[in-house]
Design a protein around this ligand. Sequence first.
Ligand code: SF4
Length: 95
Amino acid sequence: MERREVIDLFGETVVIEVSEAKGVRKPTRPNGYAAPPGTGPAGETCKSCEHAVRVSGNTAGTYRKCALMRSVWTGGPGSDILFRSPACRHWEKER
Ligand code: SF4
């Protein structure tokens, strides 16, 4: 907590406590990959994988997900994947 002195409407000096963390949001960690990207076959990406899917949202947009991670999908970007990501060790050739 940071303490600041400010002047109120009546000219009185008051001390307020300001949270340093307020307004700062932790960056979203990408948790949508079945295994760390880059642990799969060289030259392959999520885009060429059997498990990569496009999911239509309720409101707008299409989101890219890994079907192997379906049980932990959220409505947010934390469970999204990038199709250009290097393949992980669970990569399977698209049929
Ligand atoms: S390579 Fe396939 S199994 Fe691995 S995270 Fe990407 S879509 Fe999922």
